[in-house]
Design a protein around this ligand. Structure first.
Ligand SMILES: *[C@@H]1O[C@H](CO)[C@@H](O)[C@H](O)[C@H]1NC(C)=O
Ligand SMILES: *[C@@H]1O[C@H](CO)[C@@H](O)[C@H](O)[C@H]1NC(C)=O
Ligand SMILES: *[C@@H]1O[C@H](CO)[C@@H](O)[C@H](O)[C@H]1NC(C)=O
Length: 309
């Protein structure tokens, strides 16, 4: 069991390492990569993304002393000087998060790690269709994935993060909050960002997730776009998670839908490109166009591809 857990952590770390590697520039050159903005006004900030991915990766650390003192090998680069104010560990549910202040960005950072115990197969088997109503006012019909939402709403995460952010804002002025997470951590980060936007205002909360799954229905996605407009959902060419749970365009009311704004990282003739996707959340020319596009068209395909894992 302990061995399995360890393997899960290594696998997760490998995913993050891959993500980081794939964003590294050849030869370490600090050249801004190509951004394809489709002629739209949304601006993708590569420098900011490079810093935020360090926070999304650091929350996987199990050495809490290194995390607290911010002395991990990667904590030295763009996030040097980060001031940790709170580490939240939920052993029972295998969740971890931290809150602190990035004085360079003049922002409060919230980074969340989801559980690694449940594999993607388990999400599919047990939780894929189950949705629960959100009890925010002004969001009728919004439904979210019960497993992801419970992990945020019904654990220590929600009160502990809200308190830590409130304290940090008192101490450091009313700085912006940047919420981040990778994979299932990205799902929890989404709910956290929505919650903080409700408390502190939409203009003060930014969300940036890496390879997150879908978390709610179409109604939820459109409310989310309205309440957390500063959202960047990074996707990667070879990642399967953003295709789950599935979106069926012909059954939009019953299934899951991503919120915008996706930024799809992929290779074009050997060059890493960041494609800024359309405002729909489900741009057919982005991640959905890649290897996993078939996920969204037929359930049989979901099962067939999953069996290969
Ligand atoms: C991108 O983000 C960095 C770090 O916050 C900031 O210094 C820079 O001005 C931003 N660039 C643009 C074009 O907004
Ligand atoms: C979320 O948490 C609140 C407060 O603890 C609770 O009343 C509510 O039922 C929870 N929502 C869900 C969907 O679990
Ligand atoms: C890829 O990068 C190389 C070197 O910067 C450049 O010459 C080439 O045109 C790029 N290819 C594409 C498709 O952008």
């Amino acid at each position: 069991m302990a061995g399995q857990r360890w393997v899960g952590k290594v696998a997760a770390a490998a995913v993050v390492a891959l993500l980081l590697l794939s964003t590294a520039l050849p030869g370490g050159a600090r050249r801004e990569p190509d951004v394809n903005n489709n002629g739209r006004s949304f601006v993708f900030n590569y420098t900011l993304t490079k810093a935020v991915v360090e926070y999304a990766a650091a929350v996987y650390m199990t050495d809490l002393t290194a995390l607290y003192t911010w002395t991990c090998s990667r904590c030295n680069d763009l996030t040097r000087g980060f001031e940790m104010t709170c580490i939240i560990v939920d052993v029972q549910n295998c969740l971890q998060a931290f809150v602190g202040v990035d004085h360079n960005l003049n922002a409060i950072i919230v980074s969340i790690r989801g559980t690694q115990e449940n594999s993607i197969q388990n999400w599919i088997k047990d939780l894929i269709w189950k949705q629960v109503k959100l009890n925010y006012p002004n969001m009728p019909n919004a439904k979210v994935h019960i497993g992801f939402y419970s992990s945020y709403n019904n654990t220590v995460l929600r009160p502990a993060i809200t308190n830590a952010v409130r304290k940090a804002r008192k101490l450091h002025g009313h700085s912006d909050v940047i919420v981040t997470g990778h994979s299932m951590g990205g799902a929890l980060a989404s709910f956290c960002a929505l919650d903080l936007a409700m408390s502190f205002g939409s203009n003060n909360v930014h969300l940036m997730t890496f390879g997150q799954p879908r978390v709610g229905n179409a109604a939820f996605a459109s409310y989310f776009a309205q309440y957390v407009p500063y959202t960047v959902r990074m996707t990667h060419e070879r990642d399967i998670v953003p295709h789950l749970p599935p979106y069926f365009f012909f059954l939009p009311k019953l299934t899951y839908k991503h919120f915008p704004r996706e930024v799809w990282e992929h290779e074009v003739d050997g060059n890493t490109t960041y494609q800024v996707c359309d405002g729909s959340g489900e741009d057919p020319n982005c991640c959905r166009w890649g290897a996993g596009a078939c996920f969204d068209s037929a359930l049989e395909c979901v099962c067939a591809v999953l069996e290969r894992f």
